[in-house]
Structures are given as structure tokens and as C-alpha cells.
Design a protein around this ligand. Structure first.
Ligand SMILES: N[C@@H](CCC(=O)N[C@@H](CS)C(=O)NCC(=O)O)C(=O)O
Length: 208
């Protein structure tokens, strides 16, 4: 078994590292120099025609899209721990918020930040205000989306909330930030952050 994550510390692949650390399976990192545009060249482009990170290869099988990578890793390597069983009722809430992140939060934040004009009734991500309240409702009393059980959905959904608040594309409601703090406190998140920092230092990568 061999997992390779094509990675850059200033990309969504930084969140994939958090996923891998929670899963606990051995993996390797393949640095992609985004500043030099390597994501748009071979060999990455051959694996992912979008030329984007994260791109994960597991035993020769390619998985892209952060949410799909999370669901794949949890089902394959942490079933019953980071992913509810296929026939568990909790699977509904787990899948619901895992898909909500890329289907609603990502485009909803982008549309709001870029001031897109669109018909909310036709756009799958609806209105920004409804999205804000829906995120608050999903977090609820916490600590996690499934209550006491931490799952991969928290890294997918919470990681998106973290990413969007970090880049000021999403309002910093107190309940969002408390949830992000809980995520940041997890040992796997701290280990992933340390690896990302080490790579930045080794390669002299700075913001911007
Ligand atoms: N839908 C993808 C988005 C991936 C994405 O946009 N990644 C950015 C980095 S955060 C990227 O690779 N950008 C490089 C480019 O498009 O040139 C996912 O959720 O994984």
C-alpha cells in the first residue's frame, strides 16, 4: 500500500495532510512548486487534468477534490472511526455536511466575495445569508457535526470554514471560530501544521 499526496503548504493540500494524520496510514508527500507553475505541467497534469492540488494517488489510483479524498480515506482506512458505517443513520448527516462544503460553502463564499450577480433560486448555493445560518445550525452545540463523534466530515466542512474565514471570505461568527479552535486543537491538525511549517522553512516559502 502506498499513498502519495501531491502537496504545497499554501494550498488545500494542507488540509488533506490533516486528514492523513487523522487516518494514521503511512503516506509520502510530493512537493509541487506552485509558484513555478508545476501544477500545470507533467507529471501532475497527467494525474489531474485540472492541474490542481490536492491530488492523491493510492496504489496507482488517483483521487482529487478535497471532499472526495476525505471520504475515500475515511471509508478505506478508518471505517467506523472517522466514517459512520454504510448502514448507520448518522451517515446521512455525515454525507450531508461533507457535500455541503464544496457544493455550497465554496461557491457561496466566492460569489459573495466577488460580488457575483446571480439568481439565488437557480444557483445551487442559494443566498449567502441562508448559508451563514445553515453553517451555524450544522455546528449547533457541537463539539462536532455528529455531536460527540469526530468524523472526517468535520475536517471537510470545518476545514472549509477554517479556510474561508482565514482568507476573509466568510464572516467570522463566534460559533464558527470556536469550532475552528476545536479543530486546531486536535493533535493531527497540529502535526499537519508543523509539517507544513517545516516545508515552508526548508523551501524558503513565504506568504504572497
Ligand atoms: N475543487 C478542488 C479545488 C482545488 C484547488 O482549487 N486548489 C488550488 C490550491 S488551494 C490549486 O491547485 N490552484 C492552482 C491552480 O489552479 O493553478 C478541491 O476541493 O480540492
Amino acid at each position: 500500500m502506498s499513498i502519495t499526496l501531491h502537496h504545497h503548504p499554501f494550498s488545500r493540500a494542507a488540509g488533506t495532510l490533516f486528514m492523513l494524520e487523522e487516518v494514521g496510514q503511512a503516506y509520502e508527500l510530493q512537493f509541487v512548486d506552485m509558484k513555478a507553475g508545476e501544477q500545470k505541467q507533467e507529471p501532475l497534469k497527467k494525474l489531474n487534468a485540472m492541474g490542481k492540488l490536492p491530488t492523491l494517488v493510492d496504489d496507482g489510483v488517483v483521487v482529487t477534490e478535497s471532499a472526495a479524498i476525505g471520504i475515500y480515506l475515511a471509508d478505506r482506512y478508518a471505517a467506523g472511526r472517522l466514517a459512520p458505517a454504510l448502514d448507520a443513520p448518522e451517515r446521512a448527516t455525515y454525507l450531508r455536511w461533507s457535500f455541503y462544503a464544496p457544493s455550497v460553502i465554496e461557491p457561496g463564499c466566492m460569489a459573495h466575495a466577488a460580488k457575483w450577480e446571480y439568481r439565488a433560486g437557480s444557483a445551487g448555493w442559494g443566498t449567502y445569508e441562508e448559508m451563514l445560518d445553515t453553517i451555524s445550525g450544522a455546528i449547533g452545540d457541537g463539539p462536532w457535526l455528529l455531536g460527540e463523534q469526530f468524523t472526517m466530515a468535520d475536517i471537510i466542512f470545518g476545514g472549509t470554514v477554517r479556510f474561508m474565514t482565514q482568507f476573509d471570505m466568510l464572516e467570522k461568527r463566534p460559533e464558527y471560530m470556536a469550532y475552528v479552535e476545536r479543530l486546531n486543537a486536535r493533535p493531527a491538525s497540529q502535526k499537519a501544521d508543523a509539517i507544513n511549517r517545516r516545508i515552508m522553512e526548508e523551501r524558503g516559502i513565504t506568504m504572497g
